[in-house]
Ligand binder design. Structure first.
Ligand code: ADP
Length: 486
């Protein structure tokens, strides 16, 4: 299969390595907590290691914040809100955000390198997608800061106070930007916790914030594990909780703030359906499917992890997909040729390989690209399953890895029913030549975002969020302001 596929695709010689240099990335040996504009030691004295998932080598030590550190961060956030930030003219808030956006652009190369070292995603993605979107979000919300009355005409808007924000590891700095930029633009102050495996770029952002002269305490970054996140959620002086992560933790958070007047937005898991009709531009769709599930190692809550192909083109689509998968380069994320980098953690690699076993045991037929994997680090081959049934766990549960489950369909009614028949509803994709089919499906698919003839396209002006167990509230665009205002 290997040779046959390579001959068919014309890909038979490996590319010479083209690694990005990390020599300009300034990483300290140890990071403290960023509270009240200063670096503060954790009161427990505890630090944990952050490692490079592509090499398994330690990069730095990160402070573990406990409830009393979180309390200090919330108090400093409250003080900054009461004494400075809520009193500042909106135009001045905007100026700080513009300054931070420009500084992110200036340091984009260093941020991209650190994002790749700490998280495992390919340098091409962190350089061309993540970091440009980070500065774009700051620019976008900087523009809104003094125009809120135009976003909500005839309403008097008011900030909420202290926002507690908890983010995952799949887009570390981008998720921080999604949360911090609109919160500050609306006049709130922030306590943010990055995910335990990817704290470094949030801490680099803290350095940028410090250099930008943003008043002390407006943004506080506390690092740690789930218990640190839970301490933020439970703190009585937090007015708003914004969480992106797993549905299980989202449910816990919802329970823990029930009965309080805290405002909440949740962006949780997904199991997106990517739907290919027989009239679709097939080669373009193949690239969209590949991008939809293998982009960022499938570490995307809106990943197109279920593929529905119209029956009469299924053989063609599957054979083209397999051929294309054979050309994907899996390996060193710092290499500019790499398509699929490292899985974020050993634990996540185990989750993915367990699901691959589950798929095989359920009777689905597996295909994996025949590429070789590096000897060290957390890597998995891009994988697809055919002969998948609606009841299979690989077609119902979020895997968060480069694993695609393929099903076929005959009619629109059938595919809508199958696509909607999961507990999630974050995103979907439709590939067809007919505009009428696209409009028909966007009405019927229960998903927050539906891409047509493209996939995984993000823009700060466009709202993002889910239905059902994928959460509620919208981030991005004008809608993203609503979550941070009374
Ligand atoms: P994932 O499965 O994507 O790692 P999690 O939901 O476990 O998602 O983690 C997302 C973020 O939530 C991380 O920053 C993590 O530390 C934090 N977290 C985990 N458990 C809790 C909890 N009980 N309360 C608040 N935050 C939590």
């Amino acid at each position: 299969m290997k040779n046959e596929n390579k001959a068919l695709s014309g890909w038979d010689a490996p590319y010479a390595a083209a690694p990005e240099s990390s020599s300009h990335a300034k990483i300290k040996k140890q990071y403290d907590l960023f509270i009240g504009g200063k670096w503060v030691k954790p009161s427990s004295g505890k630090y944990f290691d952050t490692i490079n998932p592509a090499t398994e080598l330690k990069i730095a030590e990160i402070a573990e914040a406990n409830a009393s550190d979180v309390d200090l961060a919330v108090k400093s956030s409250r003080k900054a809100y009461d004494t400075v930030w809520s009193k500042l003219p909106a135009k001045e808030r905007g100026k700080y955000l513009f300054r931070i956006a420009r500084m992110i652009q200036e340091r984009s190369r260093e941020l991209a390198v650190i994002e790749t070292m700490d998280g495992g995603k390919s340098i091409r993605e962190s350089r061309d997608i993540d970091i440009p979107l980070v500065s774009a979000h700051f620019f976008y919300y900087a523009g809104w800061a003094d125009k809120l009355e135009y976003a909500f005409p005839n309403r008097k808007v008011q900030s909420l106070g202290v926002a507690g924000q908890i983010i995952p590891w799949n887009f570390p700095l981008l998720m921080a930007a999604w949360k911090i930029a609109p919160a500050l633009a609306c006049g709130n102050t922030v306590v943010l916790k990055p995910a335990e495996t990817t704290s470094l770029t949030a801490l680099k952002l803290a350095e940028i914030i410090q250099d930008s002269g943003l008043p002390d305490g407006v943004v506080n970054i506390v690092t740690g594990f789930g218990a640190t996140g839970a301490a933020i959620v439970k703190h009585p002086d937090v007015n708003k909780v914004a969480f992106t992560g797993s549905t299980d933790v989202g449910k816990l958070i919802q329970k823990s703030i029930a009965g309080t007047d805290k405002k909440l937005t949740l962006e949780l898991g997904g199991k997106a359906a990517n739907i290919i009709f027989d009239d679709a531009p097939i080669d373009q769709a193949i690239e969209g499917i590949i991008n939809g599930i293998f982009f960022n190692q499938g570490h995307v809550c809106c990943a197109g992890s279920r593929l529905f192909v119209q029956e009469n083109v299924a053989d063609l689509v599957i054979s083209k997909l397999k051929r294309r998968m054979e050309t994907l380069i899996v390996g060193d994320p710092m290499d500019k040729n790499t398509d699929i980098g490292a899985i974020n953690s050993k634990q996540q690699l185990k989750t993915i390989t367990d699901y691959i076993e589950i798929g095989k045991n359920e009777g689905a037929e597996m295909f994996q690209s025949s590429c070789s994997l590096p000897g060290k680090g957390f890597f998995v081959r891009p994988t697809l399953f055919t002969n998948v049934a609606q009841s299979h766990r690989i077609s119902r549960e979020e895997i968060f890895g480069p694993v695609l489950a393929i099903q076929t369909f005959r009619t629109i009614e059938e595919v809508v029913e199958k696509a909607n028949n999961v507990p999630y509803g974050l995103s979907a994709g439709v590939w067809t030549d007919k505009g009428s089919k696209i409009f028909n499906l966007t009405q019927k698919l229960r998903a927050g975002v539906v891409w047509a003839n493209t996939y995984n396209k993000f823009d700060p002006t466009s709202p993002f969020g889910g239905y059902k167990e994928s959460g509620f509230g919208r981030e991005g665009g004008m809608h993203g302001l609503d979550a941070y205002l009374k």
